[in-house]
Ligand binder design. Structure first.
Ligand SMILES: C/C=C/C(=O)SCCNC(=O)CCNC(=O)[C@H](O)C(C)(C)COP(=O)(O)OP(=O)(O)OC[C@H]1O[C@@H](n2cnc3c(N)ncnc32)[C@H](O)[C@@H]1OP(=O)(O)O
Ligand SMILES: NC(=O)C1=CN([C@@H]2O[C@H](COP(=O)(O)OP(=O)(O)OC[C@H]3O[C@@H](n4cnc5c(N)ncnc54)[C@H](OP(=O)(O)O)[C@@H]3O)[C@@H](O)[C@H]2O)C=CC1
Length: 426
């Protein structure tokens, strides 16, 4: 063993460690294990993600090297593997891509300009990077910066590796009551949901308002329901399987609709055709099911959108006059359709939203630290199962909530680095 679990002192220092074997605190091995994607193997996760030994990155002056204890599974890992809609290699030009935009870990080395963090700090990582120099980063919104990029998607050095190098501003304190894997599963989807609900003035969610949440049992949806509940507003969640109803109600939803009970999904038919008439009858049936929760004639103040093509025409219809459809993805397709008459006559706002800046991510993280939110970790996978976890997500076969994978934490349920070292020893 290279480290004594009680004293945390080095007994030897190697250039490469097995995954789960934790180097002496602060010792940076020359090489590390990583799941790497290469351009020539773009495809399904099991094909795209392959194990490689690569150089351990070194932090620049404002950067931090983090020993990854656990990593979160997100849809952008699926997109990065597929190379759809873009290949990450066309963005960062690096020879290989390590996906993973969520992690919990331990600060292992710091650049010489970093003052807020020190070696040994336990952290979670948010995935927004920017160069910090332009006016959007200094008084504006860093998410509008031309340098804005997502770590582990638009950068080649994500969390499916023993170490990851990130900007110091990406670090946030880890909720100590959670295990390493619970801490790793939430930041990306939680912070995205936070900005969608509270980041678009003057449509910030207010107490008593009603929000329709698509994919309510999913990563984004499970936090949206909890944030809406925490804000004193009413969430109406959508599911596709009755097995998920209790989970969503348990998170605090006021009502749950099963999309399988309706038939109005996909691009909308041309207005004034018989197909439109049939579609519209079904859309109104869906709208009435919402009224059963909100009250007759009460349309929702906000629609929390991400399926995209399959649901967007319905989202734009059921939103109230002056309300907002806020959208962060098009999982089912990007060719969104809508009946424009309802958008202009009812003066609805269609708002794009993308991840979050540090202030929003930190506000969301504080709620987790204060135990106001449940991380809703659905399932934990081993290091070896990282591609399989992505395949589950791709097939929409994952359990409700958010998935995590162990990296340097050798087993589930651990909360400190000492526990992890001792578990490896045993
Ligand atoms: C936190 C987690 C998040 C997620 O998981 S999100 C899900 C995963 N992410 C995605 O799926 C998003 C993937 N990204 C994309 O698909 C692309 O990122 C975009 C389609 C959003 C944009 O593509 P791009 O190529 O970056 O767009 P351009 O650089 O803005 O423009 C392309 C070309 O069009 C020219 N152009 C831009 N604006 C104008 C204009 N107003 N008039 C004329 N030309 C314009 C440019 O210069 C450029 O040209 P030139 O290719 O030759 O360089
Ligand atoms: N721009 C950004 O910053 C971010 C974008 N994203 C994107 O958001 C999307 C969702 O992410 P995430 O919540 O983590 O994914 P999940 O897979 O965890 O959840 C998505 C949910 O969408 C629902 N869904 C699937 N197919 C359909 C359909 N045809 N119609 C309606 N609902 C459907 C499913 O629930 P059910 O089957 O029960 O309806 C599923 O649980 C992804 O595309 C991801 O890339 C995520 C985070 C940040």
């Amino acid at each position: 063993m290279p480290i004594d679990a009680d004293t945390m002192t080095a007994t030897d220092a190697k250039d490469l460690y097995e995954v789960g074997d934790i180097p002496p605190l602060g010792h940076v091995p020359a090489k590390m294990h990583a799941w790497a994607i290469r351009r020539e193997r773009h495809g399904e996760p099991e094909e795209a993600f392959q194990l490689e030994v690569v150089d351990t990155p070194h932090p620049d002056s404002h950067e931090v090297l983090v020993l990854v204890m656990a990593a979160g599974v997100n849809y952008n890992g699926v997109w990065a593997g597929l190379g759809i809609p873009i290949s990450p290699f066309d963005v960062h030009k690096a020879p290989f891509h390590i996906a993973g935009s969520d992690a919990s870990g331990i600060v292992w080395a710091v650049g010489d300009k970093v003052s807020r963090w020190k070696v040994g700090d336990e952290v979670v990582i948010h995935c927004n990077q920017d160069d910090g120099e332009d006016e959007e980063c200094n008084g504006g919104d860093p998410m509008f910066s031309p340098s804005q990029r997502i770590w582990g998607y638009e950068t080649p050095d994500g969390s499916f590796a023993q170490f990851t190098c990130v900007q110091a501003q990406q670090l946030m304190p880890r909720p100590k009551h959670l295990t390493w894997e619970e801490s790793a599963c939430y930041t990306l989807t939680l912070a995205t949901a936070y900005r969608m609900l509270f980041g678009h003035h003057p449509h910030e969610l207010k107490p008593g308002q009603n929000v329709l949440v698509w994919g309510a049992s999913g990563g984004l949806g499970s936090y949206a329901i909890q944030l809406i509940n925490t804000a004193g507003a009413n969430a109406i969640g959508v599911i596709s399987d009755e097995d998920k109803r209790e989970f969503v109600m348990g998170l605090g939803a006021k009502g749950v609709l099963n999309r399988r009970d309706f038939d109005c999904w996909g691009q909308m038919p041309t207005v004034n055709t018989p197909e439109y008439k049939d579609w519209f009858t079904e859309v109104r049936k869906f709208g009435k099911a919402i009224w059963d929760v909100t009250g007759k004639g009460v349309n929702v103040d906000m629609v929390f959108e991400h399926p995209g093509e399959a649901t967007f025409p319905v989202s734009t219809f059921v939103c109230k006059k002056g309300g907002m459809v806020v959208i962060c993805a098009g999982t089912t397709g990007y060719n969104l359709t809508m009946d424009a008459r309802y958008v202009w006559m009812h003066q609805k706002r269609i708002q794009g939203s993308h991840f979050a800046h540090l202030k929003q991510a930190a506000a969301a993280n504080k709620l987790m630290v204060e135990r106001r939110l449940d991380p809703c970790m659905s399932e934990v996978f081993s290091w070896k199962e990282i591609p399989a976890a992505h395949t589950k997500m791709r097939k929409n076969q994952h359990k409700p909530g958010n998935m995590a994978c162990l990296v340097s934490s050798p087993k589930t349920g651990l909360r400190t680095v000492e526990d992890a070292v001792a578990a490896w020893k045993n």
